[in-house]
Design a protein around this ligand. Structure first.
Ligand SMILES: CC(C)(COP(=O)(O)OP(=O)(O)OC[C@H]1O[C@@H](n2cnc3c(N)ncnc32)[C@H](O)[C@@H]1OP(=O)(O)O)[C@@H](O)C(=O)NCCC(=O)NCCS
Length: 168
């Protein structure tokens, strides 16, 4: 099978910028991405975070081309925890890519990073993200009321987690 995940490369900046320009995708990034320079800076930031052991972001590939991102961030060595997030470009959705990527990065985070608990959360009005989480073995742990604020509106989220010892 083709390689699914690899770290972001500096020359992926055009793909990152195109992804960030898709509807509702800019909020998937922790910094604003409005130009090629911003996209390059984001990739650089991902490199820095990898080096300082706080976050690990991977390009999700389709036919060798980056079409998504999967990350384990907020790595906390004390508690052996991490936070998983993902996005896939609109043209590549619905083919199981996010679910496969989430499974793969989770196995890697348990086996190679030595983490024990991986968490994620999705808005209740994002059923596709919920299906990705469940498909990758993340058990729903409960609703967090009004956790996120976008454009003046608050959104409930659902927390999921997967443990290294879960049978998936
Ligand atoms: C959420 C997202 C990553 C899913 O990526 P994807 O590659 O299309 O996901 P997959 O193909 O692996 O699987 C999607 C699952 O969601 C289901 N799904 C897709 N759209 C759906 C919808 N509107 N309602 C309900 N389920 C939906 C699919 O049927 C599939 O379910 P299954 O595994 O039970 O068959 C993608 O839609 C995305 O990037 N959205 C914008 C960013 C985002 O919301 N990120 C997550 C933030 S928490």
């Amino acid at each position: 099978m083709d390689t699914l995940l690899r770290p972001w490369h500096p020359d992926d900046a055009p793909a990152v910028l195109s992804a960030a320009r898709e509807p509702l995708m800019s909020r998937q990034f922790t910094v604003p991405i409005d130009s090629l320079e911003d996209a390059e800076a984001w990739i650089d930031l991902m490199d820095t975070r990898r080096a300082d052991d706080t976050a690990y972001a991977f390009a999700v590939l389709s036919g060798g081309v980056p079409v998504g991102n999967i990350a384990v961030s907020s790595v906390e060595r004390r508690h052996e925890t991490g936070w998983v997030s993902y996005w896939v470009r609109a043209s590549a959705r619905g083919r199981g890519l996010a679910t496969r990527a989430c499974r793969e990065v989770s196995t890697w985070a348990f086996d190679s990073l030595g983490l024990f608990r991986l968490e994620l959360a999705h808005r209740l009005d994002n059923p596709a993200s919920c299906r990705v989480a469940v498909g990758a073995g993340y058990v729903a742990e409960g609703v967090e009321r009004a956790r996120l604020l976008y454009d003046g509106q608050r959104f409930d989220t659902e927390r999921h987690a997967r443990l290294a010892t879960d049978q998936v």
